[in-house]
Design a protein around this ligand. Structure first.
Ligand SMILES: Nc1ncnc2c1ncn2[C@@H]1O[C@H](COP(=O)(O)OP(=O)(O)OP(=O)(O)O)[C@@H](O)[C@H]1O
Length: 720
């Protein structure tokens, strides 16, 4: 917790309201908005109307729920935790592990810039505030998922990282300047830590024991927070300074999930009064309010590693978020009783959940699988919240006098409280404060009763759980007993098996030792026997060597003698062979000379015979050629004759062929004549048969053939 900057103890002064009973009209300093521009679409006016024109005054309007995904951080990347959330389109996101799709008013992926979120979500809401609506934006999500980054971001400089609050402050002044009207802006910064409200713009209040109280307004719909300082700011710069100085006191701590984890819920509120001129009438004040809420993160205590203080904080955070969840459920189910009173958080947000406020929830999630449980819980939470319906109503413009009267009454009230406590001892207060206190008392009583009921139920549950626990404990005891018995039995069995195995091993080694001993004896006997044999053999060998040596000497002299004889014999043989060789060589010489003579003679006689043969061959060749030439001439003549003959024969064949052709034609003619004659004769026969006696077939045939025989025989046929 960063509360070391303790303020000196001093009595809290009543909140200073400008004395002239007119809201201070700041002189607007030149705008200093210099955030780096992104490529975010700038035409927000269309979106504004889309986002907010679905309001039906009877049924109300659903609160707006958007989802912002955070990219994987270093530890998620180091753990190689896979991505399980995939935004698709502008409104859907797919949970890949269950293939379940969730839809929201808007889904922003991990690459969405702060500028983009502001332009798409916040700017339209700010416009509504300027139109006199009360609006709330709150960030909800698991610890470390980016709520504070989204709501605050970098507060130090106007960089890309600046979150919603610094951008709202800057843009609010820009918008009011454009309107060119008088206005006043006051801000407050509250934190809810362990169910205790603290004023971060005046932390000394808390140290002095001054408590912040929550009241419901007259009709029970709105919420009044008493004891919180509201600071009027004149410029955006001053607004940022106030914010920065207050945020320093916010309770933060280090957990396993986030180095700078917010351990409290934080509400930054801006109330804007804008003077509006109505022609012919008195000026009025339009009042708009914007609450920017950064909730503490829900966390799994086991995973976040929270201990002692952190664990208590986490318990309280989870408790209040649980109540928030229950309120959402009751609202969605349209229950008659909504348990706002069960936690300060839900009391503070009462008007934003089901009231007259326009509300937007920004649910923040990681996309890494290692946070799956929290991702699913946030998606379910946000999904249910979509169904909450609010009935936003613009605040009635207050005319100047009413506004001043309100302020005066407030001042009087505060003054009266102050005087009462200055002047008297004991507890003194004005009647109105007393009434308020009574009302608060009643609320507390209700709350106590509520809690008592829950406590009774919890006690009943506890008794039930205890009896269950006893049953379970008894069962566990009997299981443990059974286990013990089983363990004893197993131990006994193991012991027996081990003893048996040891005995077997001992037996085995006993036998082994005996075997070794007998083996040793055998080795000894064999060694002895072997030694005897060895000695015996050595003596034998020595004797043999001696006799061999004598033999060798004898053999040596014999070999020497025979060698000498052999050498002598070889020498003589050599001499004889040399003589023989000389004789042979001489003979060979003579034979060579003779052979040379013979060759000479032979070559002379062969030359002669070759010459003769060549001459006779030449002659016979000349004769042959002559013979060939004459036979060629004969053959040519013969060829000519033959060709002539063949030509004649061919001509003849041609004539014969044409004659055969003519004969064939003639034969065909004769045949056709014969056919006509035979049909004629048949007709005659029939005729004759009908008239006289019929001629015989022989006669008829003769008669028929007579006519063709009279025809001249072709002369050519004779040539054939
Ligand atoms: N969209 C984002 N882009 C870049 N960094 C981010 C984003 N969201 C979160 N971070 C970084 O992640 C870390 C944790 O974010 P932050 O403190 O906003 O989480 P938280 O939800 O407020 O956690 P807690 O509930 O514990 O306070 C911070 O260092 C922040 O800068």
């Amino acid at each position: 917790m960063r509360e070391s900057n303790k303020q000196p103890h001093q009595r809290q002064k009543p909140q200073s309201i400008p004395a002239n009973s007119k809201p201070s009209i700041p002189t607007f300093s030149p705008r200093r908005r210099t955030y780096p521009k992104s490529s975010t679409p700038s035409n927000t006016s269309t979106r504004r109307s889309n986002a907010h024109n679905a309001y039906n005054s009877d049924k109300g309007t659903n609160i707006q729920v958007v989802l912002r995904c955070r990219g994987r951080n270093e530890s998620e990347l180091a753990a190689e935790s896979p991505v399980i959330l995939e935004p698709s389109g502008h409104k859907d996101v797919l949970l890949t592990t269950s293939n379940k799709r969730f839809s929201f008013d808007r889904v922003f992926d991990q690459n969405t810039t702060q500028e983009h979120i502001y332009a798409e979500v916040v700017q339209p809401i700010l416009d509504q505030v300027l139109e006199g609506y009360n609006c709330t934006i709150f960030a909800y999500g698991q610890t470390g998922s980016g709520k504070t980054y989204t709501m605050e971001g970098n507060l130090e400089q106007r960089t890309d990282d600046a979150g919603i609050i610094p951008r709202v402050i800057d843009n609010l002044y820009e918008a009011l300047e454009t309107k060119g009207t008088e206005y006043s802006i006051k801000v407050s910064l509250l934190e809810l830590y362990n169910e205790e409200l603290r004023d971060l713009l005046n932390p000394s209040n808390h140290q002095q024991g001054r408590q912040i109280k929550i009241f419901e307004d007259k009709d029970g719909s709105g919420v009044i927070i008493q004891g919180v300082d509201e600071k009027y700011i004149q410029t955006a710069e001053e607004g940022l300074d106030v914010l920065r100085s207050g945020i320093k006191y916010r309770s933060t701590g280090t957990t396993k999930c986030n180095d700078k984890s917010s351990r409290s819920h934080c509400i930054f509120s801006l109330t804007i009064h804008i003077r509006e001129s109505v022609p012919g009438k008195e000026d009025v004040f339009r009042i708009g309010k914007l609450n920017l809420v950064d909730l503490a993160g829900s966390e799994n205590i086991n995973r976040s590693g929270a201990e002692l203080i952190r664990a208590r904080e986490a318990g309280m955070i989870n408790q209040s978020l649980l109540t928030l969840g229950r309120v959402i459920n009751h609202l969605v189910e349209h229950s008659t009783h909504i348990p706002y009173r069960e936690s300060k958080l839900t009391r503070l947000l009462k008007d934003s959940l089901g009231g007259k406020t326009r509300t937007c929830i920004i649910a923040t999630v990681s996309i890494a699988k290692m946070n799956q449980e929290e991702i699913i819980s946030t998606l379910d939470y946000a999904n249910r919240a979509k169904n909450i319906r609010n009935r936003p109503e613009a605040n009635q413009p207050a005319n100047r006098n009413i506004h001043i009267r309100d302020l005066e009454l407030k001042i009087e009230q505060l003054k009266a409280d102050l005087n009462a406590s200055y002047d008297k001892n004991g507890v003194y207060m004005t009647h109105k404060s007393y009434e308020l206190m009574k009302e608060e008392n009643q609320q507390l009583k209700d709350s106590v009763k509520d809690r008592q009921d829950r406590l009774d139920k919890a006690k009943h549950d506890l008794v039930h759980t205890e009896s269950k626990l006893r049953d379970v404990t008894a069962r566990i005891d009997s299981i443990i007993r059974e286990c013990d018995q089983k363990v004893d039995k197993i131990k006994l069995e193991e012991e027996q098996v081990r003893t048996q195995q040891t005995n077997e091993i001992l037996d085995y080694f006993g036998k082994f030792e005996q075997d070794l001993r007998s083996l040793n004896k055998e080795v000894h006997i064999i060694g002895k026997r072997y030694n005897d044999i060895y000695q015996h053999h050595i003596q034998d060998d020595q004797r043999q060597i001696e006799s061999h040596e004598t033999d060798i000497d004898k053999w040596k002299s014999i070999v020497q003698e025979s060698m000498e004889q052999q050498i002598q014999r070889l020498k003589e043989q050599n001499k004889r062979q040399r003589d023989l060789f000389k004789k042979e060589k001489q003979k060979e010489q003579e034979a060579w000379t003779r052979m040379q003579q013979l060759v000479q003679e032979l070559s002379t006689s062969r030359q002669d015979s070759l010459d003769t043969t060549a001459t006779s061959l030449n002659n016979s060749l000349v004769d042959g050629i002559g013979l060939l030439e004459s036979s060629k001439t004969n053959m040519d003549a013969e060829n000519k004759k033959l060709s002539l003959h063949i030509k004649q024969k061919r001509d003849e064949i041609g004539i014969m062929e044409s004659e055969v052709l003519e004969d064939q034609n003639r034969y065909k003619k004769i045949q056709s004549r014969l056919t006509s004659i035979s049909s004629l004769s048949e007709a005659q026969q029939q005729f004759l048969h009908s008239r006289t006696k019929q001629p015989s077939n022989e006669e008829l045939r003769k008669r028929t053939l007579e006519e063709p025989e009279k025809e001249p025989v072709p002369s050519k046929r004779l040539h054939r």
